[in-house]
Design a binder for this molecule. Structure first.
Ligand code: PMP
Length: 404
């Protein structure tokens, strides 16, 4: 059992008011809030040991290097990667996906096929379209069902010996669907294709085990998991990371540089050109420590309770439709009120201090599938409460009255 009142004390932002009302923060799928424990780590870094890493002999540089590499180890342990050097620090999920898409440019030709899903965020679509333009490879799409699930039979039919890479999100940001990634990975491996899983929405709720999943690449962003923005990670199996060329050239990623030839550093530095987000990386580790102390089973159970409660209460409102009705979903409720634009609902909720996201959620193909311009998305975190959900429900009722 979680002590929610105690947990809420960790998040200073939850005490603030918005438009004269106590903040109800239900935009967790866009970015999560930051606990004091992580804020303290950020303040400590800039107050006490801010320095560039890896090349300094002085004390501050060594201290910063030790903490940064300790964070890499924390991330390794969290995701159960075999080696710390299989964890590459990036600026986030988008950056991680672009790194892999860039690397595959040298491995593909026009006979090759890539498979994406209908449920993806634009950041797991556009880099691959750019890759296809560069290489002549073909992009195929796993269709979705009305419930917001992937059609696995169609997926099986798309796979062939030409399939080189499959990229699917672990959990959909627009609908909350938990995709059956074990099956997706297994089927891809049967035809010799590699798999990248976009874990941006999964990591706030689930602790993925990359070895048990046998996944080739797993990517995420720290800011969805109580960490800061501008930092994330790419897990890649050693054999793949060795095979792929570097993403960016610069300092840190080299072994020897002459004007005739440059040789590259080993893993993970080969993919980490330039001064990284040092403080961000350290805070990323602290955020995982914070969440692990609460416990992912506790988080998932409590959030599921919030999801069931919120779904039941919202569905009592006549004319409210929820998109994404899979039995396997996390605490995301995407909905619309009949005849009312989601933007108008979101704007009125904001006046009541309630933060939700409105729009296409960077998933235009999903909105096109449902033939809607967007949804209102309320996404719950472990620091939210049923009382806050009651405020949302009251707010939506008021919005409906005002906008009908
Ligand atoms: N994929 C999914 C499923 C997401 O929800 C997001 C963030 N909304 C991203 C990718 C992109 O993450 P970032 O903006 O942190 O790079």
């Amino acid at each position: 059992m979680l002590d929610i009142n105690k947990i809420r004390e960790d998040f200073p932002i939850l005490k603030r008011q918005v438009n004269g009302k106590p903040l109800v923060y239900f935009d967790n799928a866009a970015t999560s809030q930051t606990p004091q424990q992580v804020i303290d780590v950020i303040v400590d870094y800039y107050s006490n040991y801010n320095a560039n890493i890896h090349r300094g002999v002085h004390a501050l540089s060594q201290e910063a290097t030790d903490k940064y590499e300790a964070a890499r180890k924390t991330i390794q342990n969290h995701f159960n990667a075999k080696h710390a050097y299989e964890i590459i620090f990036t600026s986030g999920t988008t950056d991680s996906i672009n790194l892999i898409a860039n690397g595959f440019a040298s491995l593909l030709n026009e006979k090759d096929e890539l498979i994406v899903s209908a449920l993806e965020h634009h950041s797991n679509i556009v880099p691959w379209q750019m890759l296809c333009e560069k290489t002549g490879a073909t992009l195929k799409v796993i269709p979705m069902t009305l419930e917001g699930e992937l059609d696995l039979e169609a997926y099986s039919n798309l796979l062939s010996k030409n399939t080189k890479l499959v990229f699917v999100n672990h959990i959909s940001n627009a609908l909350g669907t938990i995709n059956p990634i074990e099956t997706i990975i297994d089927k891809a491996h049967q035809v010799g294709a590699a798999v990248l899983i976009d874990g941006a929405q999964a990591c706030p709720h689930i602790k993925p085990d990359v070895q048990a999943l046998d996944v080739d690449f797993y990517v995420t962003s720290a800011h969805k998991i109580c960490g800061p923005t501008g930092v994330g990670m790419l897990y890649g199996k050693e054999e793949w990371l060795k095979k792929l060329p570097p993403y960016q050239g610069g300092g840190e990623m080299i072994d020897q540089v002459t004007f005739e030839k440059t040789t590259y550093a080993g893993l993970p530095h080969k993919f980490e050109a330039g001064t990284p987000n040092i403080c961000g990386g350290i805070a990323f580790g602290a955020a995982l420590d914070y969440m692990n102390a609460i416990g992912f089973d506790n988080i998932a159970n409590y959030e599921h309770e919030l999801l069931e409660y919120g779904t039941r209460k919202l569905l009592e409102i006549e004319g409210l439709k929820i998109y994404g009705t899979s039995k396997n979903k996390t605490s995301v409720i995407s909905f619309n009120l009949e005849g009312i634009h989601p933007y108008d609902v979101g704007t009125l909720l904001d006046k009541m201090g309630i933060a939700v996201r409105t729009g296409h959620h960077c998933t235009q193909p999903i909105m096109d599938f449902y033939k809607i311009p967007g949804t209102v998305r309320a996404s719950f975190s472990f620091y939210n409460t049923k009382e806050e959900i009651d405020k949302l429900v009251e707010g939506v009722k008021k919005a409906k009255l005002m906008l009908s």
